[in-house]
Design a protein around this ligand. Structure first.
Ligand code: ZN
Length: 87
């Protein structure tokens, strides 16, 4: 039983790594993921992404996938500028 469980664990780890590799070349909102940087101590996957504006951002893959990071930060800057213009 112990050996069987170990095998399942190894299989899961490989699947997780494959899923991370799948991120490269995918686009979420304005961000195109160009590189998987690695994982931090909390096992979060970090990626480098190219924004539509030409800027780069390094953030967690889950942030991009979950829509919490939609650009390199330029969307927020544009929103602030629009607000200033309106006022
Ligand atoms: Zn940008």
């Amino acid at each position: 039983m112990t050996i069987k469980n170990k095998e399942i664990f190894c299989f899961n780890k490989t699947t997780q790594e494959r899923q991370t590799e799948k991120f490269v070349g995918k686009k979420f909102n304005k961000l195109l993921i160009v590189e998987v940087i690695g994982k931090d101590k909390n096992n979060r996957t970090f990626v480098k992404a190219l924004c539509d504006c030409g800027g780069f951002i390094c953030t967690g893959a889950s942030e991009i996938k979950g829509g919490r990071a939609r650009s390199c930060g330029c969307i927020r800057k544009q929103t602030l500028l629009l607000k200033k213009t309106k006022n």
